[in-house]
Design a protein around this ligand. Sequence first.
Ligand code: ZN
Length: 151
Amino acid sequence: MPLEQRQPRVEDPAWLALVRKMPCLVCGYPRSDPAHLRTGSRQYGKRQCGMGEKPDDWWVLPLCRKDHTDQHRHNELAWWASKGIPDPFAVAKALYATRPVELRPLPAPAKPKKVRARKPRSERRRVGKSRPIPHNPERKIQNRNTLRKSQ
Ligand SMILES: [Zn+2]
């Protein structure tokens, strides 16, 4: 049974459809599954997903079926790191920033039934104070665009 979510997740089918047309970030295969990042990240203000839960649809990266299946067999962050992507959150964020304007407006999430108390302000403010990450996500994004253009 799925755990109760604090907020209804943001669903963005138009974005997921676009991600399916992107090449796999790992092997370059031209069709992908949108692979949701389930791990939480304090740095990006992203909550860990419980069992049966999915994160908002902007936390996705394109992976072919084979790599997506393989990813689910391993620890998520360790798997991404082993593929040369130590910060998949940054990549997902950068990728989502390329969401075409014509796909807007973004579907609004449904109103939450019950709003639980938020974290104390002191804890929330820490989110933006992290050090910049050394990994450059632009490189992967650039590869993706290059691949798309050359198709
Ligand atoms: Zn692949």
